[in-house]
Ligand binder design. Structure first.
Ligand SMILES: Cc1cc2nc3c(=O)[nH]c(=O)nc-3n(C[C@H](O)[C@H](O)[C@H](O)COP(=O)(O)OP(=O)(O)OC[C@H]3O[C@@H](n4cnc5c(N)ncnc54)[C@H](O)[C@@H]3O)c2cc1C
Length: 290
């Protein structure tokens, strides 16, 4: 199939992007790695594609105090390769799992957030790290916590006449460790289920806070505080002791219906196994981070 006819515009400023979106029935074009297949399959028929790649401001990728800010036109591959990303280790861990290298050379970090696929890696990283999404619209700019940005499958808190202009990820603090794992049928496929973990330890190495975000398990990334679970499991480098508590959690948070790739029960099991392992890893890493 081929895309239905559409107009194409390439404004040079955020204000002009917003003016184009204000006409109605426009869609932002960032890397095109999700939007173009959607058009080709005629799952969407926007009247106008508003290409944001000529907006200089959106190509900025920098560190400001304790956040790394990524503009809406910055490619995933740029983030994957830049030394700046070491300050946000979870981004570096997740990035190789976002499709294939060729896709990442066009796809943007913010495009992945705006697309909000429930099985995508970067929304889960944003949710686990409490990233802040910056959205511009007719009423000005607003900052949306990731937890509020993802509101359903392929649905975000940004309105049709708004554009994501950037995202801020907090820099990892001393005593923080992270884990990432997913199971996909082939590398580069969307995950059947995946987890992202973040653990902070006190000066004596005891767990002070533990968070876990699951993806591919519901209609959006699901984040839970699991500090008590981690504390109760005691010293267990394999994470095995966490499994009963996480199996219980899986029963409550994994609600993706079964499909040809796996049942709900299988996804629950994946979630619990991956979460236990990645919480144990994050704890071990937190203890070795100065
Ligand atoms: C074969 C294949 C495999 C893939 N595998 C994975 C995978 O494993 N994991 C994964 O996460 N992704 C995967 N993807 C998706 C891909 O990696 C995209 O990079 C990503 O989802 C969207 O980024 P983009 O910049 O290309 O956005 P686009 O395709 O340009 O846009 C996607 C959607 O977001 C909107 N949008 C984009 N930018 C903005 C903005 N700044 N403001 C408002 N709305 C915006 C668009 O209007 C559109 O609706 C895969 C894609 C393909 C084709």
């Amino acid at each position: 199939m081929k895309a239905a006819p559409f107009a194409y515009v390439r404004p040079g400023t955020v204000d002009d992007v917003l003016a184009e979106l204000a006409r109605g029935d426009g869609k932002v074009l960032a890397g095109g790695q999700s939007l173009v297949p959607v058009l080709a399959m005629r799952l969407g028929r926007p009247a106008t594609l508003v290409d944001i790649n000529a907006v200089e401001e959106l190509h900025r990728f920098d560190r400001r105090d304790d956040v790394v800010r990524i503009g809406a036109a910055v490619r995933q591959r740029t983030v994957e390769r830049d030394a700046l990303t070491r300050a946000v280790p979870l981004l570096g861990m997740a990035m190789p799992f976002v499709g294939h290298r060729e896709l990442r050379s066009r796809g943007t970090v913010c495009g992945s957030l705006a697309h909000a696929d429930p099985a995508a890696e970067l929304p889960a990283v944003a949710a686990c790290l409490d990233a802040t999404v910056e959205v511009a619209g007719p009423a000005g700019r607003r900052r949306v916590p990731a937890a509020e940005f993802f509101v359903g499958a392929m649905t975000t808190g940004a309105a049709a006449d708004e554009a994501v202009v950037g995202v801020e990820f907090p820099v990892a603090a001393p005593g923080e460790g992270f884990g990432f794992a997913e199971i996909a049928r082939r590398h580069g496929d969307f995950a059947l289920a995946g987890v992202v973990t973040r653990v902070r330890v006190a000066d004596d190495g005891a767990p002070a806070q533990a968070r876990l975000t699951g993806f591919g398990i519901s209609d959006r990334p699901v984040t839970r505080d699991v500090t008590d679970l981690l504390r109760a499991a005691g010293e267990d480098p394999t994470g095995h002791g966490l499994r009963p508590g996480l199996a219980d959690l899986a029963g409550r948070v994994v609600d993706t219906g079964g499909d040809a790739h796996g049942s709900t029960a299988y996804r629950r099991r994946l979630f619990a196994v991956l979460a236990a392992r990645e919480l144990a890893r994050a704890l071990a890493r937190a203890r070795t981070r100065p």
